[in-house]
Design a protein around this ligand. Structure first.
Ligand code: IPE
Ligand code: IPE
Ligand code: MG
Length: 245
């Protein structure tokens, strides 16, 4: 039963998995050890999201700006996604999760990473329990620019371009707007993540560093979300009732 006045479970949760470097630094480890430690958190959020009935989970794994990091760290992050897919792929498939990758246009991405992504996307494409999207080599602005380019290539006349038409030309037209955006590590920014889809997302910033993130943190964020009042520019349902009395 839904609590009176509370929102339901968000359909689309997106997460900026931040704080791996600081987590490692606090322990005298290398930054890449922090990324490796984040694998358990990825597993935790996927399982918890699926258990909570979330339909869409999008995880920010590598940004278009992250190419500016030291080469060894970039190499590690490339290999890291491949490793997560390799280790988790079969299980995700068995649990009915459709896996996709948003972004990945840069020629620096190694071929074996592309192959691992292609393989898991193919294998899980018909799954319907949850869609798990890794935003990898993703930039929100780049995604919109790519959509505009598709429109231009199709010779779309300017007056035919609406928000819905542009949304239809993004990489995954079926991906719905984000309901709940979580960022870990206590930073309060978006860092060029899913700009189009977060227009009306509820933002929740948690103090936990990503490698320490577990199911309870997702539950906490969902709870905060459920007690928010989403108005989408209108007035709340309660106000409408009061005014019309
Ligand atoms: C997030 O952790 C992971 C990626 C950006 C890939 P960071 O590596 O940004 O960790 P901090 O922010 O330096 O602590
Ligand atoms: C955002 O985190 C990108 C990912 C989590 C993949 P960053 O650590 O790269 O963002 P900034 O540099 O703090 O904005
Ligand atoms: Mg960071």
């Amino acid at each position: 039963m839904t609590e009176r006045g509370a929102l339901g479970v968000p359909a689309h949760v997106a997460c900026i998995m931040d704080g791996n470097g600081r987590w490692a630094q606090q322990r005298g480890l290398r930054r890449i050890d922090g990324h490796s430690a984040g694998e358990a958190s990825i597993r935790a959020i996927i399982d918890a999201a699926r258990g909570a009935g979330i339909q869409w989970l999008t995880l920010f794994a590598f940004s278009t700006e992250n190419w500016d990091r030291p080469v060894a760290e970039v190499d590690h992050l490339m290999e890291f996604l491949r490793r997560v897919i390799r280790r988790r792929g079969r299980d995700l498939h068995q649990r009915g999760v459709r896996v996709r990758v948003l972004g990945r246009a840069d020629p620096r991405i190694p071929d074996d990473v592309h192959r691992a992504i292609d393989e898991i996307e193919q294998r899980t494409r018909a799954n319907t329990r949850m869609t798990l999207t890794f935003a990898f080599d993703h930039g929100g602005r780049q995604e919109i620019v790519d959509g505009v380019r598709r429109l231009v290539r199709r010779g779309m006349p300017d007056d035919a371009i609406t928000e819905a038409v542009l949304a239809d030309h993004l990489q995954y037209p079926d991906m719905p707007d984000v309901d709940l955006l979580i960022r870990t590590s206590g930073e309060y920014r978006i860092s060029n993540f899913l700009l189009w889809h977060i227009a009306y997302a509820e933002l929740v910033f948690l103090d936990v560093l990503w490698p320490d993130f577990r199911a309870r943190h997702l539950h906490e964020a969902i709870d905060i979300y459920r007690h928010r009042s989403r108005r989408f520019g209108s007035v709340g349902a309660q106000q409408v009732t009061e005014e019309s009395r």
